[in-house]
Design a protein around this ligand. Structure first.
Ligand SMILES: NC(=O)C1=CN([C@@H]2O[C@H](COP(=O)(O)OP(=O)(O)OC[C@H]3O[C@@H](n4cnc5c(N)ncnc54)[C@H](OP(=O)(O)O)[C@@H]3O)[C@@H](O)[C@H]2O)C=CC1
Ligand SMILES: O=C(O)C1=N[C@H](C(=O)O)C[C@H](O)C1
Length: 268
């Protein structure tokens, strides 16, 4: 089996801490390096300090040095950070699991270009259950393809900076594709004022931000006399971290290519 030497970007972030814990618990993976932004109070501390364990791996502030020690970088940071790390992974031939959301089209294109040289899993949600929901949504949209208004509602913690969530947008893409629509043409992001009646060809999005909500997504198919709702609720970030390690293991056998969790889980 190929060695799984994991580097974690954004080591002191909500997902970074969870990824370090999951890697330390995993019997087949090794924490090779962890890093944060220069000036972060976490720099210089042991990567296990927040968990009360000594790992011998200090959190660094030099992404290139960290990446050079790894076979796979797991990155849940911000688009601008992820794109810098992507270039370093390409330079060092290191695989990458990207969980960061909020990329623009140019960022997505840069990821696709790098994936011609290194293997990349890029997915807005690493939870197995959410990836099952994508399949359920495809089926539901094909069956409820007329007479049902579709609305995507997501709720996240107060610190989340992008909206709608990457997962909600992917749900929209799955729904639009199943219905033969283009999401760019039919998405409605929030409503205010005198909006007029609902256009049946649209897919609506609503965003809730508050407290410590880990991540809830509901898709409503609203017909006359009935409503179908498909909901996923994450209650721990460990589900995303475990999925990320599964993705890293999947990449260990790959030379290059752009994949998502549907590929990792064999759901294509
Ligand atoms: N795909 C999935 O399954 C999931 C995806 N996410 C996504 O992961 C991302 C991170 O979420 P979360 O952990 O909650 O966020 P946090 O803000 O808690 O953590 C982000 C980490 O990245 C660092 N960072 C920020 N900007 C940069 C940069 N430009 N370069 C390098 N590092 C940077 C932060 O450092 P500092 O503190 O110094 O700013 C911090 O350590 C988000 O995009 C979120 O949507 C989250 C959960 C699941
Ligand atoms: O920022 C988060 O926390 C999450 N972000 C992801 C997204 O934008 O879809 C996934 C998850 O819901 C948590």
């Amino acid at each position: 089996m190929t060695a799984l030497n994991i580097a974690v970007a954004g080591a002191s972030g909500r997902m970074g801490r969870m990824l370090i814990e999951a890697t330390l618990q995993d019997g087949t993976a090794k924490l090779a390096a962890a890093f944060d932004r220069p000036g972060s109070p976490a720099v210089g501390k042991d990567a296990g300090e927040a968990l009360g364990v000594q790992t011998g791996v200090a959190i660094g502030d030099q992404p290139e040095a960290a990446i050079a020690q790894a076979t796979c970088l797991i990155d849940f940071t911000r688009p601008e950070g992820t794109l810098e790390h992507l270039e370093l992974c390409r330079r060092h031939g290191v695989a990458m699991v990207i969980g960061t959301t909020g990329f623009d089209e140019a960022g997505k294109a840069a990821i696709a270009a790098a994936a011609q040289e290194i293997p990349v899993v890029f997915a807005p949600n690493m939870a197995v259950g959410v990836n099952l929901v994508f399949k359920l949504l495809d089926t539901a949209a094909r069956i409820l393809n007329e007479g049902y208004d579709i609305e995507v509602v997501e709720a996240h913690h107060r610190h989340k900076v992008d909206a709608p969530s990457g997962t909600a947008l992917r749900m929209g893409e799955v729904l639009a594709q199943a219905l033969g629509r283009d999401l760019a043409d039919c998405a409605v992001y929030g409503r205010e004022g005198v909006t007029g009646e609902r256009d049946p060809s649209t897919i609506g999005f609503a965003t809730v931000r508050g407290g410590d909500i880990v991540g809830d997504h509901t898709v409503m198919f609203c017909g006359l006399g009935e409503r179908v709702e498909i909901t996923h609720k994450a209650s721990s970030r460990m589900t995303f971290a475990m999925g990320s390690l599964r993705a890293a293991r999947f990449l260990a056998e790959k030379k290059s290519g752009l994949f998502d969790m549907q590929d990792v889980l064999g759901l294509r």
